[in-house]
Design a protein around this ligand. Structure first.
Ligand code: G3H
Ligand code: ZN
Length: 281
């Protein structure tokens, strides 16, 4: 089926108190791995590219490739641009992405509102949903170390009302990248945000979080969960292992296949949690 937007999948997840898994992918094998996992688990899925991955591809190439994969897929697939500035959002809207995130979280509240609002009106004209961010997810973003700036519930309600975003990324203690210490999530804050914000809430920096943390976040209102680092680690480590075990092999398809299978396994485990799938033992 054609690429779909994230609107319906997030709405349905919110209704049944589950979340849609959103996975950062950087190449064909990772994208195939994520879609295979979603097909095996029978759930919709969001593939997303960071700004740097979108530039690496570049964007129209990536969008065309994922659209072709979505056509062949047996589950709904959306293509989302993650943490982007205005220029990249506009490029994504032209390139066939079906969901975008404008990240104005490092700007002042009013500047974030004004810029996000402008993006929402441009995207709305094309029926493309927009994810906004208020507060700051901690950890590394494009190699820059950032502190957590917890989302204020009242500001979140105001932000959503003023901008008209379709979903909102919140800062409740998660961080991008590898956690150096066990994260402590502010679930009470998340509940307070959920109580005053109607749109689906998004959790960033989910790699490395425990099953119970993820489940608590879903119970408290998270409808989209972003995973990146865990996939990159699995992909690269499996190639490293393959090279060590097969130092004389040089067919990229051989290690590509191994890496793809490893990522599929990781993503299936994440989808069991996000979609609340009961596995038969
Ligand atoms: O926006 C991307 C996600 O928040 C992924 O974070 O790499 O820590 O899993 P992660
Ligand atoms: Zn993120």
């Amino acid at each position: 089926m054609p690429l779909c937007t994230t609107v319906r999948m997030l709405k349905e997840a919110k209704e049944i108190q589950t979340a849609v898994g959103a996975f950062n992918v950087e190449n064909m094998e990772m994208a195939q791995a994520v879609i295979s996992a979603a097909e095996e688990m029978g759930c919709p899925v969001i593939l997303q590219t960071s700004s740097s991955a979108a530039r690496y591809a570049p964007m129209p190439v990536f969008a065309a490739m994922i659209a072709a994969m979505a056509e062949l897929a047996t589950v709904p697939v959306a293509l989302h641009l993650d943490h982007a500035d205005e220029a990249l959002v506009h490029e994504a809207l032209k390139s066939g992405y079906t969901s975008v995130m404008y990240d104005g979280s490092k700007k002042s509240f009013s500047e974030n509102v004004n810029r996000t609002k402008a993006i929402v009106s441009a995207a709305e004209a094309l029926n493309i949903p927009v994810e906004g961010e208020l507060g700051g997810i901690g950890g590394k973003e494009d190699d820059v170390e950032c502190q957590i700036d917890y989302t204020d519930p009242a500001e979140a309600a105001d932000f959503v009302a003023q901008t008209g975003v379709n979903s909102l990324a919140v800062a409740i203690g998660t961080m991008h990248g590898v956690y150096k210490t066990t994260p402590k999530l502010d679930i009470q804050r998340l509940e307070a945000i959920s109580a005053v914000v109607d749109v689906p809430l998004v959790l960033h920096g989910a790699s490395g979080l425990s099953t119970i943390d993820l489940q608590n976040c879903i119970k408290a209102g998270i409808c989209k969960i972003n995973f990146g680092t865990d996939l990159r680690i699995a992909y690269t480590q499996s190639i490293r292992d393959y090279m060590e075990q097969n130092p004389n092999k040089f067919d990229p398809r051989a290690y590509g296949k191994v890496a793809r299978e490893r990522v599929t396994e990781i993503v299936k485990k994440k989808l069991v949690i996000t979609s609340n799938i009961i596995l038969e033992s």
